[in-house]
Design a protein. Structure first.
Length: 77
């Protein structure tokens, strides 16, 4: 596994040093999980923005609305 060097302020160091209180086996485990969590937040935010853009386009485009409504017919219920 690769290692990285970075700087933290005192409150981050205190939090990191309390890794056991949060159920982590070591500091690296806490950092890895934190980074994965942040990564998922960014991915969710991108997905949400994309959905909002599609919703905006859909609400403004009558042709797309008609195509969507036509596509609904014939689907099993």
């Amino acid at each position: 596994m690769m290692q990285a060097t970075f700087s933290l302020d005192d409150s981050n160091i205190t939090f990191l040093n309390n890794f056991r209180l949060y159920g982590f086996k070591d500091k690296s485990d806490l950092v890895r999980l934190s980074l994965e969590y942040i990564k998922k937040l960014f991915e969710y935010d991108e997905l949400k923005n994309s959905a909002e853009l599609y919703a905006e386009i859909y609400s403004e485009d009558e042709e797309i609305k008609e195509l969507t409504e036509q596509a609904q017919f014939g689907w099993p219920e």
